[in-house]
Ligand binder design. Structure first.
Ligand code: SIN
Ligand code: FE2
Length: 215
């Protein structure tokens, strides 16, 4: 049970250029989850292979003009889903509205995302410490929405060896980072098994990015 469910969202400063908007997506979570299912019906969740040959524990899909893919030949953003051969599903208006509202609340009113990556975490799934650096224009922030089971988010600094903060991200929490912290290392610790009334055994995460040059 979320003891803060009845509270309005609140801001939790995280770092220079970074903030956690606690429960910001709580009120729209059911709509966002139904919309994830619609996107996944067109471009299914899949576990991608890294260039190093490792199968990622997180299952992913994308929507919007650009989607992120990984394979033995590298990471990249592409206009087509390599699994279906078709363009990625369109960015749903419900996603875009939430992202615009969150970006504005975090101080990035001009953010124009052209990609939304959707991650699905099963128990044990994790995301190793990494930087989001496949995007050409690093002036644009990242907007990250957590839904379903809680996860421990690791938040570091510009160097991989910088000390890590560990923050619990819960259903409806939105993290926005940009400016001085745009390239900060971050990751997700292995998901603890559990059951969430809206997502069952899973955690979902949406990350909105400007992955093209903004033209
Ligand atoms: C990411 O780093 O791209 C996703 C983070 C998360 O799942 O919270
Ligand atoms: Fe990331």
């Amino acid at each position: 049970m979320d003891l803060f469910a009845d509270q309005p969202p609140w801001h939790e400063p995280l770092d220079d250029g970074a903030v956690i908007l606690r429960r910001f997506a709580f009120a729209t979570a059911a709509e966002l989850l139904a919309t994830i299912a619609q996107v996944a019906a067109q471009s299914p969740f899949r576990q991608m292979v890294t260039p190093g040959g490792y199968t990622m524990s997180v299952a992913m899909t994308s929507c919007g003009p650009l989607g992120w893919t990984s394979s033995r030949s590298g990471y990249r953003y592409a206009h087509h889903d390599p699994l279906t051969g078709k363009p990625w599903p369109e960015m749903p208006p419900a996603f875009r509205t939430l992202c615009d509202d969150a970006a504005r609340a975090a101080g990035y009113p001009d953010f124009q995302p052209d990609a939304c990556l959707i991650n699905r975490y099963a128990p044990g799934a994790k995301l190793s410490l990494h930087q989001d650096k496949d995007e050409p224009d690093l002036r644009a922030p990242i907007v990250s929405v957590s839904l379903g089971l809680p996860a421990v988010f690791q938040w570091g600094g510009l160097k991989r060896s910088d000390p890590l903060k560990r923050l619990l991200l819960e259903h409806g929490d939105v993290v926005v980072w940009g400016g001085p912290s745009r390239l900060y290392y971050h990751g997700v610790q292995p998901l603890k098994p559990g059951f969430h009334p809206d997502t069952g055994p899973w955690r979902y995460n949406l990350t909105f990015r400007q992955a093209g040059d903004g033209e």
